[in-house]
Design a protein around this ligand. Sequence first.
Ligand SMILES: C[S@@+](CC[C@H](N)C(=O)[O-])C[C@H]1O[C@@H](n2cnc3c(N)ncnc32)[C@H](O)[C@@H]1O
Length: 169
Amino acid sequence: MSIEEEQEGKAGEVQLIRTEGLALVLDTPKGRGVFAGRDIPGGTILEVCPVLILDPQENEEHVRKTDLYNYTYNWPLPAAEGSKTPRKTQAVVFGIGSLFNHSQRRQNVGWMRDVSKGVVVYRTLQDVRKGDELCISYGDRLTFVDADAKQVDSDDEDDNAALARIDLV
Ligand SMILES: C[S@@+](CC[C@H](N)C(=O)[O-])C[C@H]1O[C@@H](n2cnc3c(N)ncnc32)[C@H](O)[C@@H]1O
């Protein structure tokens, strides 16, 4: 049985998967972070995480004012009765889904919402080596200073990148 079939499960059920060999490192420059404790092939499901979908008003009035907001994901809601405009709220993701840090250039984990089942599925985008941090992308509107940014400036800029920047001026 393939992992997709396994994940389907019976009607009214979601199979919860967590791959082995993940570690939570407590003191990275980004706070805690999820690391690979073994080599993990690309395409591996790391975890299927159930979510708690927040009431939009509760989210705006309460959660947005707390640190929990830094852990929530955008979540689509169906249009209200009599309207065609889809709505949005935030969802709390249980499990390691809430602990992946952001990396724009070293993103090695992709995530997919399954709205009908109320889960997010995390999968490696490429082969990952033991000791690598597992990172997703939060997009480009960050609410914190990206700890990778300094490192990118100093060690990742090659001649081509420098030339590209000069062209843009
Ligand atoms: C979903 S939490 C990730 C887990 C978090 N590191 C922890 O210890 O609970 C998101 C928070 O992690 C931190 N973070 C994630 N990616 C980061 C990055 N690239 N640079 C700096 N801080 C980051 C920020 O404080 C952000 O608000």
